[in-house]
Design a protein around this ligand. Structure first.
Ligand SMILES: [Zn+2]
Length: 404
């Protein structure tokens, strides 16, 4: 069914954005269809919080560049920068969009079918849309292309397309110290530092170290455009990103997802609380403050993400990078998912094998679901892909063993 009632994304000018982004958007506003829209965002501070956050890093952020088109037509869109990924938002058939890429010389590649990915989003967006379904979204890898073209079925309306150059990290990745203590996880409890279920798990990559530009979360006056809210943990939900399984630069993909979620979708941040790549590297997702404890506040409550419509508060969203419809998670990815879910289950006294009755703090509605489940356990979606979903019983069992 075509959904034409879904709210139009706010235009750039309608968003309250930091000075750096407003300068960037001024450049966008003067561009015309088919003309490269080129600007560097993320090279200067967007407010006090951004300055504070990056002050400890002492490193330059990756240079992220974006070309954005609202309601793009069928004409070829070219960029003057190499495209990491093309982000698309559309209504109508989830399989009604095709795309082809162009190399620097203007030579087109083959048409490819675009598959809608995880339909994650903000609960407030669901409420705004009432009974309508959320739009389809996809992030198509572009492998350094310099242009793209869309072809859509009748009844499909592409709301927005963004070409993203996610840039490169010019420094070595650092990781969070494992086993950060908190009020909710005293040193003697499961999940304490040094145990098999230490939180954060060893090797977790913090936002600053995958190159998150904190200015993208802020409004013009330096406030969070989606203020953090924290609640008691009720469930853990696994997703996939429907991006390529063979990803040469997963951190760049995380930055591209951040760009699409925070800016293009106007959610103010990346929707997932954690992401895991095929090498088993775990990335911090949604911002949760400056205390160094990923996803949590000092009282052990979890920050609300934007990953499972209607069930976001108290639900920890973990995205597996890749399209896991047919291809299973790698053993390293699976091991990291087990370690992360075990550490979260121990920290929040969740039984990975149990069911829960989820209580929505916003609507007051209760819904039965798994303590550790997949996106499709909560809503009608392919996410986290059939291959990953079939893996979940084993993940639950192994996570439960670690917490015993
Ligand atoms: Zn999902």
């Amino acid at each position: 069914m075509v959904n034409n009632t879904y709210p139009r994304p706010r235009t750039q000018a309608e968003r309250g954005l930091p000075a750096s982004r407003r300068r960037f958007l001024a450049a966008l506003g003067t561009a015309t269809a088919g003309v490269p829209l080129l600007a560097a965002c993320g090279t200067d501070a967007g407010g006090p919080a951004a300055s504070d956050h990056r002050g400890s890093m002492g490193d330059a952020l990756p240079r992220v560049r974006v070309s954005q088109e609202a309601s793009p037509g069928h004409e070829v869109k070219r960029t003057s920068f190499p495209i990491t990924a093309v982000g698309l938002t559309w209504t109508g058939s989830p399989r009604g969009v095709r795309l082809r890429l162009f190399d620097r010389s203007g030579k087109p590649g083959a048409w490819q079918n675009v598959t809608a990915g995880c339909p994650c989003g903000k609960d407030t967006e669901t409420l705004r849309a009432k009974s309508t379904t959320p739009p389809n979204r996809a992030l198509v890898p572009a492998h350094g292309s310099y242009g793209y073209q869309l072809d859509v079925d009748a009844g499909v309306k592409v709301i927005e397309a963004i070409a993203i150059d996610a840039g490169h990290l010019g420094r070595k990745r650092r990781t969070a110290p494992s086993g950060t203590p908190s009020k909710s996880a005293p040193a003697t409890a499961p999940g304490a530092s040094g145990s098999a279920v230490a939180f954060p798990p060893p090797g977790l990559v913090l936002r600053a170290d995958w190159g998150a530009d904190e200015a993208k979360r802020l409004t013009a006056d330096g406030r969070e455009s989606s203020p953090t809210r924290f609640t008691r943990v009720q469930a853990i939900t696994v997703h996939h990103t429907a991006t390529p399984v063979d990803d040469p630069d997963p951190a760049a993909t995380v930055r591209a997802i951040y760009e699409q979620h925070a800016v293009s979708n106007d959610w103010g941040d990346i929707g997932y609380n954690f992401l895991i790549d095929r090498q088993g590297v775990i990335y911090e997702g949604r911002y949760s403050g400056t205390d160094g404890i990923p996803a949590h506040n000092a009282d052990g409550e979890v920050v609300t993400g934007f990953h499972t419509f209607g069930f976001n508060p108290g639900n920890i969203g973990i995205a597996l990078l890749g399209d896991l419809g047919k291809q299973k998670p790698s053993s390293r990815m699976r091991d990291s998912l087990v370690r992360l879910t075990a550490s979260l289950a121990a920290r929040h006294e969740l039984d990975p094998l149990a069911g829960v009755t989820y209580l929505s703090p916003t609507s007051g509605k209760t819904t039965d679901g798994p303590a550790l489940g997949g996106h499709r356990d909560w809503t009608s979606t392919e996410c986290p892909g059939s291959a990953a979903y079939l893996d979940l019983p084993d993940v639950r069992e192994r996570a439960a063993q670690l917490t015993r």
